[in-house]
Design a protein around this ligand. Structure first.
Ligand code: UT7
Length: 330
């Protein structure tokens, strides 16, 4: 039997218009452009406009990905959205995006929550469903309105995050050695409380008291998460390279989760791969969680940093704590 593999047919991304600079944030919390930039590499982030939702941003990114693939919504039979900030608790943002795009009612549509690793998890899930032969064309979207769960009075977190969306259209090929060559996923659930939202879920439904205590906002132990991010992303990158007998220097471009420039620089050092081989846009968007890798992937594609035959490595880390890496031959 011929082996099917998953290929990326098109990419797209969307960033809200409103740019919020470090300078602007320093007017509302006790921070400075100097602190934010030296500690994280972030200069500015995009924040969704009033009434602009995760599904609006996801749909905008998906339209661009469909256009790049030369396909329409009618061609899609699988729609997976990676997000921790869906418009509603239910139904899934995927169903709202389905309607916005006009994806047929015969398509499977669902959300997936693996936080900042969500896009790599969704890619792996869609890949398994496509290569099973039961689905033909998938839209995989990472979309976040992270500004909706940030505590804008907490300077240790509010300066780090932003909103946006990225998408890919996936299909299959029987051509050997191209497409999504492999993925490595995992999680450390025992460290979940290093990065979480305490209230608003079924454990602690939102009450006036929980809202007043700002327990529906993100809490993060930044230093601990930082150390784990460096170690785990380095390991996830090494594991997938080893599994596929690829040396780090054979990778043309690494697209890491964009949380902190210092994390990316540490991974570059550990893998002994120069920073020129790493795609970085954290300075312009901050951490957009599940949207970070697909936005970067789209920008890398459109700016000509990925060419046919290239090997690209994706590597992510986020709440859960989850991690994921993926190897793609274009
Ligand atoms: O998406 C995946 C998960 N997220 C991450 O990967 C993020 C991981 N963590 C980080 O990126 C970094 O830990 C941070 C950027 C969050 C913080 O950098 P740090 O070098 O670990 O700083 P710190 O938390 O140790 O804080 C140092 C100081 C503290 O003051 P004291 O206790 O030394 O007096 C903080 O109170 O900086 C203070 N501080 C700030 N000062 C100005 C914390 N936030 C700010 C701020 N502006 N925004």
């Amino acid at each position: 039997m011929t082996q099917r593999s998953t290929v990326i047919l098109g990419t797209g991304s969307y960033a809200p218009e409103r740019v919020v600079t470090n300078e602007e944030l320093s007017k509302t919390v006790d921070t400075s452009d100097e602190w934010i930039h030296t500690r994280s590499g972030i200069r500015e982030r995009r924040i969704a406009g009033p009434g602009e939702t995760t599904s609006d941003m996801g749909a905008a990114a998906a339209r661009r990905a469909l256009e790049a693939a030369g396909l329409t919504a009618a061609d899609i039979d699988l729609l997976v959205v990676a997000t921790v900030t869906p418009d509603l608790v239910m139904p899934a943002a995927a169903c709202l995006i389905q309607t916005k795009l006009g994806v047929p009612s015969t398509a499977a549509c669902f959300d997936l929550n693996a936080a900042c690793s969500g896009f790599v998890y969704a890619l792996d899930t869609a890949c398994a469903m496509l290569t099973s032969g039961r689905y033909r064309r998938a839209l995989v979207i990472g979309a976040e309105k992270f500004s909706s769960i940030v505590d804008w009075q907490d300077r240790t977190t509010c300066v780090l995050f932003g909103d946006g969306a990225g998408a890919v259209v996936l299909g299959t090929t029987e051509q050997p050695g191209v497409g999504l060559l492999g993925t490595k996923l995992g999680a450390f659930g025992e460290s979940a409380e290093l990065l979480y939202v305490p209230a608003g879920g079924s454990n602690e439904p939102a009450t006036a008291a929980s809202i007043a205590a700002r327990r529906h906002c993100v809490k993060m132990k930044g230093k601990e998460v930082f150390k784990l991010a460096v170690r785990v992303m380095d390991e996830a990158a090494r594991d997938i390279l080893e599994q596929h007998h690829v040396r780090a220097d054979q990778i043309s471009l690494v697209i890491p989760h964009q949380a902190n420039l210092r994390i990316i620089e540490a991974i570059s050092e550990y893998l002994e791969l120069p920073m020129e081989r790493f795609f970085v846009n954290v300075d312009r968007y901050g951490n957009t969680s599940a949207a970070s890798i697909p936005i970067a992937l789209d920008e890398a594609r459109r700016s000509g940093r990925i060419k046919t035959g290239d090997l690209t490595l994706l590597v992510a880390f986020g709440a859960g704590l989850t991690y994921g890496s993926a190897l793609i031959r274009w």
